[in-house]
Design a binder for this molecule. Structure first.
Ligand SMILES: CC(C)(COP(=O)(O)OP(=O)(O)OC[C@H]1O[C@@H](n2cnc3c(N)ncnc32)[C@H](O)[C@@H]1OP(=O)(O)O)[C@@H](O)C(=O)NCCC(=O)NCCS
Length: 160
């Protein structure tokens, strides 16, 4: 139903369109306002450990992005993030994509666990990550942002 693929230059336009969305601007760290140049920079530089496009398997329509931001060399924790464009929501694409990305990177001896920091108020995303098999492990102030302001984060973990 869903599949992942690497970023391509043609992704700039739909990423720009998707990132005009209020919920994505509210709960992720994308620049605000989000310009076409921001999308071009992201696709050209791929600034994260791995970023994959989530697409519908049948139509190949791009629905969102799922990423592993980086890896903490000491704890071997890998924080991840995701968003789904407004036109792809409500189909459980995000939780499927999280599972697919983990399956794609496993085994990776640099990573012991994958974690997600989610704003306490972002109940939709909390349900998403729980559906992907993560468990809440702690609360940390400031590890999530709402419109760029630091808020209480719940840390979720899945051990590989
Ligand atoms: C969080 C997010 C990734 C969930 O993606 P998703 O694949 O659409 O998730 P689901 O299909 O499980 O839908 C989750 C909820 O969205 C709501 N929803 C359903 N259809 C929707 C639609 N067309 N538009 C908006 N929300 C919808 C429902 O409340 C649904 O919950 P339920 O099915 O458990 O009742 C997505 O909402 C998103 O990108 N949000 C903004 C960015 C964000 O919060 N990223 C995560 C940061 S930690």
């Amino acid at each position: 139903m869903f599949q992942l693929r690497r970023l391509e230059y043609d992704d700039v336009e739909w990423i720009f369109d998707a990132c005009q969305d209020e919920a994505i601007q509210r709960w992720t760290l994308i620049p605000r306002p989000y310009s076409l140049e921001d999308a071009e920079w992201f696709v050209e530089n791929e600034p994260e450990y791995v970023t994959m496009v989530i697409e519908d398997s049948e139509s190949s329509m791009p629905l969102g992005l799922v990423s592993i931001h980086d890896i903490d060399e000491i704890t071997r924790e890998a924080p991840m993030g995701y968003w789904i464009a407004p036109w792809g929501r409500g189909m459980k694409a995000a939780s499927a994509a999280v599972k697919l990305l983990i399956a794609t990177i496993t085994p990776d001896e640099n990573i012991q666990s994958v974690v997600a920091y989610i704003a306490e108020e972002n109940t939709v995303s909390r349900r998403t990550i729980e559906r992907a098999g993560f468990v809440e492990v702690e609360r940390e102030w400031g590890m999530a942002r709402e419109f760029m302001n630091e808020v209480m984060a719940l840390k979720y973990r899945k051990t590989l």
